[in-house]
Design a protein around this ligand. Structure first.
Ligand code: GAR
Length: 190
């Protein structure tokens, strides 16, 4: 059985999609939801889905190795970032080489980097007059949105689209593809 930890800071709709996708799996267990935000919607979803939650603060995350140790102790095979808004600390990245993936709501390398997350991305896409946007699933290193790309999918953006319209299109793509790509990545982990 492969064990996943999902990191999320917000609503957690992607976390729930992934958990539902593997709910009846005998190969993959969503073992832990990890969050930096006690008020995040993902916490309620985790309770409803009966998945244990690990909450931590900034000091614990960046100034101790407690999170890394806990994930190792729980024999986590893959860390899946799903709307997690903090940069991964170096010790965690080094402890899980090629075993941390992220989803970004744009076609990287465009619209990535510090401050480019969630709604800000869609606002920037509309402001730039882009005719398409999309999603990028990529490995995570110590820099924002720069790890090796695993998968991208795109959608059209039309002149009348608001950032909310783009957000809706992106969410459809995310829910459609992220669970399946997580499953593919897990197949390559021994
Ligand atoms: C998703 O759109 C995800 O791509 C984005 O946050 C949203 C989380 O939604 N992630 C980033 O912007 C990371 N840079 P959710 O909480 O409903 O899953």
């Amino acid at each position: 059985m492969k064990r996943i930890a999902i990191f999320a800071s917000g609503s957690g709709s992607n976390a729930e999609q992934i958990a539902s996708y593997f709910a009846d799996s005998t190969d993959v267990d969503v073992s832990l939801i990890v969050s930096n935000n006690a008020k995040a919607g993902v916490i309620d979803r985790a309770r409803r889905l009966h998945i244990p939650v690990l909450l931590f603060d900034r000091k614990t995350f960046y100034e101790t190795d407690r999170i890394t140790q806990l994930l190792q102790k729980q024999a986590i095979d893959l860390i899946v970032l799903a709307g997690f808004m903090w940069l991964m600390p170096g010790d965690l990245v080094r402890a899980f080489p090629d075993r941390i993936i992220n989803i970004h709501p744009a076609l990287l390398p465009k619209f990535g980097g510090k401050g480019m997350y969630g709604h800000f991305v869609h606002e920037a896409v509309v402001a730039a007059g882009e005719t398409e946007s999309g999603i990028t699933i990529h490995y995570v290193n110590e820099r924002y949105d720069e790890g090796q790309i695993i998968f991208q999918a795109s959608c059209p953006v039309v002149a009348t689209d608001t950032p909310e319209d783009v957000a809706r299109k992106i969410q459809v793509l995310e829910h459609m593809h992220y669970p399946r790509i997580v499953a593919d990545v897990l197949k390559n982990i021994d």
